[in-house]
Design a binder for this molecule. Structure first.
Ligand code: ZN
Ligand code: ZN
Length: 393
């Protein structure tokens, strides 16, 4: 089959990993005296059971008791996909489905008998951080007197440290995004709207193996100075700076990268020297942040490393956001690379490094890569060139 492009096999999370995660949760529940952990659709459910469910008004809830078997409560019409999820298929969780007119909270109560036992009133329960209030209130009815905490208190330390397969997925997602930015930079930009380019980014992410693309930021000209601009009807012109910030998910794990382009147009309009100076400062700040990454270094020190470079160039007030955010199953998760976060970096933590400078009304620049903290320093997952991308457009 020589000559055909080969698609690398996608890394996968082995089912036993879900068993180890569920056991780690039980250990945490025992250590903190909580009776159980209850999480709905979203990253927590995907992390523990590998189950991708839609968040709907019909209850889907994974119940992990301190001791005993975990139960996945699902609507009858989602029984088949639930039974097929990695944790259920491996016999790590049992699936209990509720009929359309049944009260699902009866199943939830049976899945956590300890919290209903006489004398069990006031049991401590850890509920999913994004579980809808409508379900949380029903849980309080189901377990009278329950004291609620957040599931993240048990999950955040686990989720922050990525295992080998999670790192492989994040790397595959980053490399796919690298190819997307190269494709966009090589194509036509002048005369197209930001929205049109954003749409192409989404299509390319899917073509590169992402199952889902998030709405991309395409900030051209003065819009590049707005960090969370989105994409508009503005038509890209020669002598525009263009900030491309985009990502999606591949195998459930997220990509997120930013590159800044300068569009010369056919007249070859070179980037204005002031813009080049700004970009060079951003790049130096990015390099300084990377150089600070190693186990034991507080997250805020990585932010500080980037910030001092930008402040020294007189642009402190124009760097209006934190240096980065953790990334994994979610695009923003712990640990945050921000002043005040004294959490020490550990091997396997993954996060963005994305300093930027924004001159309102003129232009802005940002450079974003996803980085893993390795034993001896940073392991940068993105490989696309980090200079200013001067393109004809
Ligand atoms: Zn981004
Ligand atoms: Zn980001």
């Amino acid at each position: 089959m020589a000559g055909l492009p080969t698609v690398a096999p996608r890394p996968a999370i082995p089912p036993e990993r879900h068993g180890a995660r569920l056991e780690a949760v039980r250990e945490e529940l025992r250590a903190t005296g909580a009776a159980g952990l209850l999480v709905g659709p979203g990253a927590e459910l995907r992390y523990l059971a590998g189950y991708h469910a839609m968040a709907l008004e019909r209850l889907t809830l994974l119940v992990v008791p301190r001791d005993g078997e975990a139960t996945l409560v699902v609507p009858r019409l989602e029984r088949e996909p639930a039974l097929g999820c990695p944790a259920a298929a491996a016999g790590l969780v049992r699936v209990r489905s509720w009929e359309e007119t049944e009260d699902p909270f009866g199943l939830v109560a049976r899945a956590l008998p300890e919290a209903r036992r006489p004398g069990g009133a006031g049991a401590r329960l850890l509920v999913g951080d994004r579980l809808w209030a409508t379900f949380v209130l029903r849980l309080l009815d189901t377990f009278p007197g329950a004291r609620l905490g957040l599931a993240s208190s048990a999950l955040r330390a686990l989720r922050m440290r990525k295992d080998a397969e999670e790192l492989a997925l994040l790397r595959a997602a980053a490399h796919a995004a690298d190819r997307v930015v190269a494709g966009i930079a090589a194509g036509r930009l002048i005369g197209r709207s930001e929205l049109d380019v954003a749409q192409e980014i989404g299509q390319r992410l899917v073509a590169e193996g992402h199952e889902r693309a998030e709405a991309a930021i395409v900030g051209s000209g003065p819009n590049s100075a707005s960090p969370h601009h989105g994409a508009s009807e503005r038509i890209i012109e020669a002598a525009d700076a263009v900030v491309l910030d985009f990502g999606g998910s591949l195998g459930g794990y997220v990509s997120d990268m930013t590159r800044t382009l300068w569009v010369t147009g056919p007249a070859e309009v070179a980037p204005d020297p002031a813009f080049v100076a700004i970009y060079d400062t951003v790049r130096a700040a990015h390099a300084a942040a990377l150089a600070a990454v190693r186990p034991g270094v507080p997250c805020e020190a990585v932010d500080e490393a980037a910030r001092v470079v930008i402040e020294a160039a007189g642009h402190g007030p124009h760097f209006v956001h934190r240096t980065g955010h953790g990334i994994g199953l979610e695009v923003h998760e712990d640990p945050y690379i921000v002043a005040g976060n004294t959490e020490p970096l550990e091997r396997g933590m993954t996060f963005s490094v994305e300093p930027g400078i924004y001159l309102e009304g003129r232009y802005g620049a940002r450079l974003e890569d996803i980085v893993a903290c390795a034993a001896d320093g940073p392991d940068v997952l993105n490989e696309a060139p980090r200079g200013l991308w001067v393109v004809r457009g």
